[in-house]
Design a protein around this ligand. Structure first.
Ligand code: HEC
Length: 156
């Protein structure tokens, strides 16, 4: 009987959590993380070894637009001179070309709730935005002797 009670309490607590997540209120960073992996990570890295199609988004909340060294942004985004915060990110994600006509970022997130969650997740991703090299891994020479190449720097 005791274990039966425990199961009922466990199920009730799952329902309560589900209801809390169902509310529109603030963005849910966990939901944002899976949205990011589904819809953004194909182009955007948040660590050194992600995709290089788009700029690295580590620390994007609070930084100026077009600020990642080593990424060739469009002139339009470079000239936009925005600060990425909740409001500007929300507008850009809702309709990138509406906020920055001519931007190469073509993916829109029409659902306001999903945008809030994505921004809540991006807020949690801090640290320097190190842009992965924009080369095709298949054609990158594996044994390059270029001392400038970070792949050749030996730890220690
Ligand atoms: C098909 C590739 C692609 C996908 C998918 C994509 N982006 Fe982008 N994104 C880009 C490119 C390219 C740029 C640079 C745009 C420019 O230079 O005009 C960009 C720029 C951005 C910027 C501005 C960054 C800066 O440094 O100024 C943000 C923020 C952003 N994207 C967020 C997202 C989010 C969030 C998602 C997922 C919902 C997403 N992007 C999906 C290609 C993509």
């Amino acid at each position: 009987m005791r274990s039966h009670q425990a199961i009922v309490i466990f199920l009730l607590s799952i329902c309560a959590t589900g209801a809390a997540y169902g509310q529109a209120a603030p963005g849910n960073p966990l939901k944002g993380k899976s949205l990011f992996q589904e819809r953004c990570s194909v182009c955007h890295a948040i660590s050194m070894d992600g995709s290089a199609q788009g700029p690295n988004l580590s620390g994007v909340v609070g930084r100026p637009s077009a600020a990642v060294q080593g990424f060739s942004y469009t002139r339009e985004l470079r000239d936009a001179k925005l600060i990425w915060n909740e409001a500007t990110l929300d507008k850009y994600l809702a309709n990138p070309g509406g906020l920055v006509p001519g931007t190469m970022m073509a993916v829109a997130v029409p659902d306001a709730d999903e945008r809030r969650s994505l921004i809540a997740f991006l807020r949690t991703v801090q640290g320097p935005a190190i842009q992965p090299a924009r080369t095709n891994a298949a054609t990158t020479p594996q044994n390059s002797n270029d001392p400038e190449d970070w792949r050749n720097s030996k730890p220690g």
